[in-house]
Ligand binder design. Structure first.
Ligand code: PSU
Ligand code: MN
Length: 302
């Protein structure tokens, strides 16, 4: 354990000290975003993909009070299968570690810990954002405010279509979080390749993104995150998507789902109601984002 109370895996520690490319991976997706047993398969597969693209994966989680940067296979199994794994956003980190509990980390918490550990490239599925009806519920993911204050590049498939995409894009602008589309000028909607919103900036290679990362440093705009929006290759059936979204939102309202339970509830509803179609798309998203993040990390390290 280092002075920050971290346990960095030997593989990640070696890569970081040699200045080799490292990609942070979140764990909430494993514990709370995907059903068992595919969650563990995906967690392992994603690490493999990062390695095959020339970078070192650092899956981040808290296990029995210890912040782990890079997990062993046993630890991945624990995150995927244990029933006592909380969902930790940034505000929960100190509370969980001080009470020696275990938690998977959201985008906000993972990004925070990654930067502390010296990792600046991060792959996830979809960012949290502003929820529909947030003008009354005030439900806006802490992912946004966390990323407003972190030097990290996050590869994601836009934000989940369960959110208010327009409001989320406005918040990203206010918070000075840059957004570029990867090979597209359409902001992706997670399960869908196009959320209906056009982006100002498109980039077409990992090299171009690495150049943006270097320019951010010299212009000191790297205090805020950069989002690389990478649309999934094959989107979900749109008509089906819209029907399931409607029933999911109605179900959440009916069942009184609030707070951190909202996102896992809606994801689970999608996976069940689409008989696995959304799950398949979700898995493709995570795989493709991890590959791109590794390519960016490699390009940025040269
Ligand atoms: N993307 C996914 N699956 C997930 C999440 C994102 O494909 O499970 C998680 C991420 O960890 C993200 C979190 O940070 O959902 C957002 O939760 P909330 O809306 O409660 O902030
Ligand atoms: Mn929320």
């Amino acid at each position: 354990m280092n002075s920050l109370g971290f346990v960095t895996s030997p593989e990640v520690a070696a890569a970081l000290s040699a200045g080799k490319p490292v990609v942070a991976l979140e764990s909430t997706i494993i514990s709370h975003g995907l059903p068992r047993p595919s969650n563990l398969e995906v967690a392992r597969e994603v690490e493999k993909i990062v390695r095959s693209h020339g970078a070192t994966p650092a899956t981040i989680a808290i296990l029995d009070g210890k912040v782990c940067i890079g997990l062993t296979d046993d630890q991945l199994v624990a995150i995927a299968n244990r029933d006592d794994i909380a969902k930790a956003s940034s505000r929960d980190l100190a509370i969980i570690t001080a009470s020696h509990k275990s938690a998977a980390t959201t985008v906000a918490a993972t990004a925070h810990l990654a930067v502390l550990a010296g990792i600046h490239i991060f792959a996830t599925g979809g960012l949290g954002g502003v929820h529909r009806g947030a003008n009354e519920s005030f439900d806006e993911s802490a992912d946004l405010t966390a990323l407003a204050n972190l030097d990290i590049t996050v590869v994601c498939a836009g934000v989940k279509s369960i959110l208010d995409v327009a409001a989320t894009l406005e918040r990203l602008e206010t918070l000075a979080i840059g957004v570029v589309g990867y090979k597209t000028d359409k902001f992706p909607g997670f399960y869908l390749t196009d959320s209906g919103f056009t982006l100002e900036h498109q980039v077409d290679s990992a090299q171009d993104i690495a150049e943006i990362i270097h320019a951010r440093k010299s212009l000191k705009t790297n205090k805020h995150a950069l989002i690389v929006a990478n649309p999934v290759q094959k989107e979900m059936n749109r008509a089906r998507h819209d029907v399931i979204l409607k029933s999911g939102l109605a179900g959440a309202a009916r069942d009184g789902i609030i707070g951190k339970a909202v996102t896992p509830y809606l994801l689970e509803h999608f996976h069940t109601a689409s008989e696995g179609e959304s799950l398949h798309v979700n898995i493709e998203i995570i795989k493709s984002n991890s590959a791109l993040a590794a390519d960016i990390a490699v390009a940025a390290s040269q």
